[in-house]
Design a protein around this ligand. Structure first.
Ligand code: SF4
Length: 499
């Protein structure tokens, strides 16, 4: 039996940190091993989703899709990749946002069209899922039956398959024409990479909530969620796919069209935590932004201390910045067991009680008697930081000052990042001092919204910061029409809470 492939970032068993938003990758490169390029591209994007992985390849006359639950390295081997031959491919690494984490919801999705077939991979989460579901039902009722499209629709419950169905629905349009007609009606976060037998397409929502970049190979083109995935396959960065842009790549070259006016609102949390530090977003390197967040945090909230330590690994760049700006030495106080998250052995209750120790071990000789600044990227429920404080005190820390390189998370995200419901967020309802007391820290401080924003170098009006300030970048439907299981269980209880 294969495990479910969860490689959690979580330091405490059962205590979810912010979960990522899926990774997408596409390549058009005749003469290259496109399935293997996609495999390595997905490998570079594995941090964005660990529940399932899939690759679709076309040889010009047929699309083959191979997908399964698990990590990229578990789903594919030499023989499965060897069977995926062709000149263009799309791939996906999934963290489930809308729709349960089951095989049927793994991507790329696949549909027959009037003239061939379509495979599609999606990063993000849509907010008008119910509306799209009704549009699909109408399109299917109106559609004259064609032998190609007579196969029953797959039993999926995700928003992505609805977009796939709408793109495939009109027998009188090319896929490119369908995309230009359908995408203006799709609301929420979407970076789409899709293909028919001949052409690779990529599209990004008008807000550009999550990153999507274009790269060049000697003999082709690549699109990917992050620039780090271009680096890993030897592609050079060309440019971002623009918000509201659709590109098509085939034997005639690259065509760009616009399906909506851009209203830039890039996700601030990509800069803080989600994206790899070696990726660039909006022309700015993510590592540099995180170091700068640490510097600003030190200027805004200094501490009398002997040592700055990160919560590994996501707190590391900000801790480096904090140490640099404060003049307090930087050190490693915690060693992370990088492999324990990859086990499929479920810990028993007794072992689970070890909690954070399963993943982090304190360096007692470094910590004992010291006044520590502990730098982390965010606090969701607070249980992880509470366990961390307890462990550091047991290891002999004299004082613990927690510094967080994001502002307090007070609002849920509807665009693909899974934090928790509003009621579960510790910063919803407690002041910073109250949170610090609840964590058992000697002091707690968060970076300001302005400080975080300036560190990214992106103008505030071009960032989504809704999880911090509650200002969402688009109108949202009623709460019962949002949530992970909107297509599975329509009861309001299944929806995320929203003010
Ligand atoms: S609400 Fe937060 S996590 Fe979600 S897209 Fe906006 S900034 Fe990113």
């Amino acid at each position: 039996m294969r495990g479910d492939g969860r490689l959690s970032h979580d330091l405490l068993p059962g205590e979810k940190g912010p979960q990522d938003a899926c990774g997408v990758f596409g390549v058009w490169a005749p003469g290259e091993e496109v399935a293997k390029l996609t495999y390595f591209g997905l490998y570079a994007l594995q941090h964005r989703g660990q529940e399932s992985a899939g690759i679709a390849v076309s040889n010009g006359s047929q699309i083959l899709v191979f997908k399964d639950m698990g990590l990229v390295s578990q789903v594919f081997d030499e023989s499965s990749l060897g069977s995926l031959n062709g000149h263009l491919a799309v791939g996906h690494a999934r963290y489930s946002t809308t729709g349960a984490s089951v095989w049927e919801n793994a991507q790329p999705t696949f549909r027959a069209t009037a003239t061939g077939s379509l495979a599609l991979a999606h990063n993000g989460n849509l907010v008008n899922t119910r509306e799209l579901s009704e549009a699909v039902a109408k399109a299917e009722a109106d559609r004259p039956s064609s032998p190609q499209q007579s196969a029953p629709a797959p039993a999926t419950t995700n928003d992505t398959d609805l977009v796939t169905a709408l793109l495939a629905a009109d027998p009188d349009r090319t896929l490119e024409q369908s995309a230009l007609a359908v995408l203006p009606g799709v609301k929420g976060a979407f970076c789409l990479v899709f293909m028919d037998e001949d052409t690779l397409y990529a599209a990004r929502d008008p807000q550009g909530l999550h990153p999507l970049v274009l790269g060049r190979l000697d003999r082709g083109w690549v699109v990917a969620s992050e620039t780090a995935a271009l680096d890993i396959v030897g592609a050079s960065f060309v440019r971002d796919i623009e918000p509201g842009e659709l590109i098509a790549i085939d034997a005639d070259g690259l065509r760009s069209s616009r399906f909506a006016e851009p209203r830039r609102k890039g996700c601030a949390f990509e800069h803080i935590y989600l994206a790899r530090p070696d990726s660039d977003i909006d022309g700015r390197n993510v590592y540099l932004s995180r170091v700068e967040m640490g510097r600003r945090l030190a200027q805004e909230s200094p501490a009398e201390a002997d040592l700055v330590i990160p919560t590994p690994e996501s707190g590391t760049p900000a801790a480096i910045g904090y140490a640099e700006a404060s003049g307090i030495p930087y050190g490693a106080g915690l060693v992370k067991n990088a492999y324990v998250g990859r086990t499929f052995i479920q810990p028993s209750q007794t072992i689970r009680q070890l909690g954070i120790r399963l993943k982090l071990n304190p360096l007692k000789e470094v910590i004992r008697g010291k006044r520590l600044v502990v730098v982390d990227d965010s606090i969701v429920r607070g249980n992880t930081q509470r366990a961390l404080v307890r462990m550091l005190r047991e290891a002999g820390a004299a004082e613990i000052h927690i510094r967080i390189s994001s502002p307090p998370i007070k609002w849920p995200c509807f665009f693909g990042i899974d934090f928790a419901s509003r009621a579960e967020l510790i910063a919803n309802g407690l002041s910073v001092d109250e949170i610090g007391t609840s964590l058992g820290a000697d002091s707690l401080a968060y970076i300001s919204l302005e400080g975080m924003t300036e560190a990214t170098t992106v103008p505030g009006e071009n960032l989504c910061r809704a999880c911090f300030d509650g200002t969402y970048p688009m109108e949202l439907p009623d709460p019962e029409l949002l949530g992970k299981h909107v297509l599975e269980d329509p009861s309001p209880a299944s929806a995320l809470s929203r003010p």
